[in-house]
Design a protein around this ligand. Sequence first.
Ligand code: ATP
Ligand code: MG
Length: 394
Amino acid sequence: MKYQSFLIKYAEIGTKGKNRYMFEDTLIKQIHHALKDVDGEFQVTKESGRIYVMAAGNYDCDDVIDALKRVFGIADICPMVQIEDKGYENLKKSVVSYMDQVYPDKNLTFKVVARRGDKSYPVSSEQMNRDLGEVILEAFPQMKVDVHHPDVLLRVEVRQKINLFSEMIPGPGGMPVGTNGRAMLLLSGGIDSPVAGYMIAKRGVVLDAVYFHAPPYTSERAKQKVVDLANLVARYSGPINLFVVNFTDIQLCIYENCPHEELTIIMRRYMMRIAQELAKRTGALGLITGESIGQVASQTMQSLAATNDVCTMPVFRPVIGFDKQEIIDLSEKIGTYETSIQPYEDCCTIFVAKHPVTRPNINVIRCSELRLGEQIDGLVDEALNTAERILCEG
Ligand code: ATP
Ligand code: MG
């Protein structure tokens, strides 16, 4: 069955009271964005608490559904048939033809649930349930009515037009991106940070991203991998501005001046400082990382505290309580896993000490940083000013 329209159900937006129109308009914008590369022409409209996608031209229903499954804010996608001629006899015919086309195997139980949004419609919902059930039974004697656990729940909604639908495909849930501000994702080439970005975008947050690149210790290919990951996340979040910061001189300066077992922590403190500065420039109000308690030496409770010590903005760590396998499962689901496991060095792995501190003392770390002197400030400024910006549109 080739559907021409799709009813979009949204969950949490429905509770937003007076601001609801704003959430709906943002959702419509994100639906347009998701469909921009899908063949066909699409019109997205809203009608009291409902959003419809109308398709025309040469499109593939599965492509449309796949794209809609990536739009945060969508609870369910219901492929539907919309009937313009609301005459009762025409409705009966349409219901029979719907059941015939959508369910080639007639061995099923069903129930009709009619609702009149348009109260001027001359037939009551109860009456419609009975009459439409009857015409279906007449047309397909193998079908049976089951009012408690039907295989097929056919919904008939009388509004400006009449909507028929029975399939509900789950969307990703969450809130439309653009309804909850902006945050800066520290995006490495690993498994965790793309998942972290996805999770925060799912709550409606626009993403910027920053990658710390250390040429020649990290290759162009490692950078390309991060660009690829940003593009994969952007399929859900919408366009991401990815800042690529050259971190080499800062790393070397730390390497030359500070105890080697503290390198990772001090490096991570500088990443946070720079990310925070970039965030201020883009209007982002928080940072996002893929940290998870205890995963590596730099993510013990003490290490997280030492890293967080330099942050003045909120740091969101959505996978903080996840096991590695749980993060992997999510990365497979959103399609970033295969890219994340490509074997290119990221900048942390080059400078890691054999025995990094696992319980850094914040005061000791602060003292070690004093050894970097004024030189480090100049290097940070230069890193900020030479950051390359890459627009990743998915
Ligand atoms: P991931 O799988 O996300 O790379 P990880 O397990 O490798 O994480 P770390 O290397 O300790 O863990 O990094 C923790 C977090 O710090 C990452 O999730 C990411 O948010 C950030 N980060 C690490 N390295 C970089 C980098 N080169 N550029 C940007 N952010 C980084
Ligand atoms: Mg990493």
